[in-house]
Structures are given as structure tokens and as C-alpha cells.
Design a protein around this ligand. Sequence first.
Ligand code: URA
Length: 492
Amino acid sequence: MASPSNVVAFGGAAGNESKPLPTLTLRESGVGSRESGFGSRESGVGNGEECRVKDLIARKRDGESLTADEWSHVVAAYVAEEIPDYQMAALLMATYANGMVHSEFTALADAMLASGERLPADGHAPWIDKHSTGGVGDKVSVVLAPLVASCGVPVPMMSGRGLGHTGGTLDKLEAIPGFRTQLSLKEVREHMDRIGAVMIGATEQMVPADKKLYALRDATATVEAIPLIAASIMSKKLAEGLAGLVLDVKRGSGAFLPKHQAGIELAQLIIEYGAARGCRCVALVTAMDRPLGFACGNALEIEEAIEALHGRGPADLMDLTYALGTEMLLLGGVVTNAKQGRQRLVDAIGSGRAADKFREIVEAQGGNPLVVDDPAVLPQARIHRVYEAPASGYVVAVEPRLIGEAVVAMGGGRNAMEDDIDPSAGVSITVKPGDTVNGGDAIASVYAADGRLAEIGLAALANGVRIAGEPPAEILPLVSHRVTADGVEELA
Ligand code: URA
């Protein structure tokens, strides 16, 4: 724990509706919104409203803010297909460029949440989930859901697919033969009551606004905006009926928001919004200047996550899992301090309870439960090539972006939502920045469907794993900050 002097107060009072939102889409709150005729439900947006939507776009373009009603009508009308993609794209770009004030953000997030069905938030023990802002080799969710559930905290783990250079938990889970990531709301409730965990994607009925808006943002270079990211994450998380959320905010060259301060601002926005909607949130800021663990690629990552459930995962994966898991147990109210939380997690792994819980989840969701004891059940790549260190020295970088992009190019990820993926493709890199190597040491492996694809992986390793005579100038601490409603603690 940091000393009180490390605790930095942040933000203004919650509910200050004219508070400007953080950087990237920040703008000063001085420019007010003006009446446009969209301010009431009666005025509507649909029914050939293109001209009036054009007026909203123009106002956002000119740095004005829209009213809460205007945002909720725009979102509802977009989901109802009364507003075309090109107008929504223009509005998003204007928002990206000029920012939102706080009342716009809450209206957007609320409207996205209201666009679909929600899991029940009451009548059960507090449900707790974890969300990562996205990384390379990040298989923590696969370990955490069964681990935390085996400690008595129910986890409705709802994840997404890989996009860009980052992997997605759903794609990883689908590497397990038969595993179903789409469950009905009725099935989710039944599995939560019986097993205490599900590992799923959003159902068709949940947060349709995020599905449409995220795809549009991805295609129009408007993803990296703090209020848009926060609204996207929280609309999905609140739809799960959560009582608490642990956010893993990545920083470093492989993160969506590489700058540390942007990650903190995102965390603060989410924490404040969650608190106002009955969901306690805590964030850890963690390193994504190198891949997490060794394995990058769907089946390889499942194998490594299962190793972690048996207590044999790489040190960084185990440490981050314990750090995030401890926060989940605290939010779930089954432990009262971090030391107890970590011990509970260590015991659940040591006793085999966590691996047993994963077996139960896999079986309940149609997957082959033998995977927990036999990784040969997973899809196997036809080609395996070993990569040797080209020189002796220090590893100064393992570039996550290059590695993540190579996995995608090898077929392990998708460029468009409808692309098929090869679950067996990937790389495994067993060195970390700061390690020393001898020229000729086997430091990585490439797994691919054919020799040409394997060459892509080998080339990425040659570019992305850098070796030099001096140690690296900076290696980010694995967990550097803890953000809560009380402020920001520096942990390292
Ligand atoms: N993850 C999300 O769920 N939404 C975003 O907008 C970005 C990352």
C-alpha cells in the first residue's frame, strides 16, 4: 500500500454536470448547448430527421455540447436505424475532436445501457467482473473467472473479441472444442446460480448500441477517446447487473491509451459513473510495454491460462492474476484485506479448486472438459519453428504491438469482424525485457498453418525482440497504480 502522501485526490464533485471530460476528447465546458428543438422526447430524431441531425453534427463540430435528451434520442434513433452510419460517424468524429462535457458522457452511457436487455442486479450475491482495456498475451480473464468463482464470488465474465493488435477472450475460449460463448439470459442466470460463473459474449439483446457504435468507431478511427471508451465499457458492464468491477487499465506501447495519465483519467471517469449507478469500481494500472506471460495466440493462451490455474503460469501472469483477483474478492466482500485475498487465491489454485471450477464452466458451456488436463485437445498448428537469440546481451524490448499484429497476420486474429481465425496460430516468447541471453539460445517459438505464415512470425520476432549490450532504460512496473473513489495510489 502506498503511504498517504502518495494518494492524489482527483476530479471534482461527482454530478458536476458541466465538468469537462478528460483529454483526448477534452474540451472546456464554457461553450454551452443551445436549444435546437431536439430537447424533448416529443421533438424526436427519427422520421426523416437528417437535417436536424445535421444540425447536431454542426453544433458538435463547432465545439458546443448537446443536451442529455439529444444524446439519448440520437442513440435510440441510431439503434432503430433511423440515423444512417455516415451521420453517426460524423457525430462521433466531431465528438472525438471536440470532446464532451460530463452531462453528455452520462447521457451517452445511460442511453447505450438502455438500448438493450440487462441481467438482474439483485436477488443474488454481489456479482463482480473484471475488464481490461486490451493487451497482447492478456489471458487473465480465463484464469480469473474460475479462480475468483472458486473463492465464493460469482463472476459473470462478459468479454469481447480481438480487434486491432489486441486479443479477445471470446476468441481464446472458442479455441476449446465445442465451447459456446453465446448463452441466453436464462442460461446465464441458471449457470450463475449453479456454478457461480459464466464466460460469455454480450447476447444479441444486450447493449446493441455498443455493438453498432463500436464497429463504427473501429472503422472511423474514433476508438481512442476517453468518454467514448468509458461509455462503451460501462454500458456493457452495467448490463451484466454487476455490484463491482475491477478495471485493468493497460499502459505502455501496446495499450490503446499508451499514456499513463490518459489511463488514470479513463479509470476516474468509470469509477465515478459506476458509483453513481450502484457499481463500485477499482482500477489497477498495469504494464503493456511487453506481452503478458509467454503465449500470444488463442489456443496457446488457453494452454498457458490452464497452466496458471494449476499454479504453473509465468510469474507476471500469476502476479497480475493475484492482484486483480484480490480486488475482486475485496469488492465481493469475502475478504477484508489484500493479504487475505491473495492467500485465498493461492489456496484455491494449490488445492485444485480453481482448475475444477474451470472444468465445470467448460463442460456447462459445451466445451471439452478434458482440456483442463490435456492441452493436446486444443487445435495444434502444423508448423512449429524455434527462434534463437541472434546475439548475446540484454533483452531491451519485446514490442507487444509488433507481436500482436504478427499474430493477426498469421491468422490468429481478424482484420474485420466477419474474418475467420486460426486458433492454433501464435508465438510464445520466453524472455522479458531485462533478461540476459546468449546468442543461439532458443527464446521463442512460432506456431503457424504453413511456412509462409511462420515466416511472418519469425520476422516479427526479429524486429520486436531487441537485444543490446546495455540493460533497458525503463521497464514499466507490472502494477503501478491503484485508482479508487478516494484517489490514485502509486504502488511502484
Ligand atoms: N473496450 C471497450 O469495450 N470499448 C472501447 O471503446 C474500447 C475498449
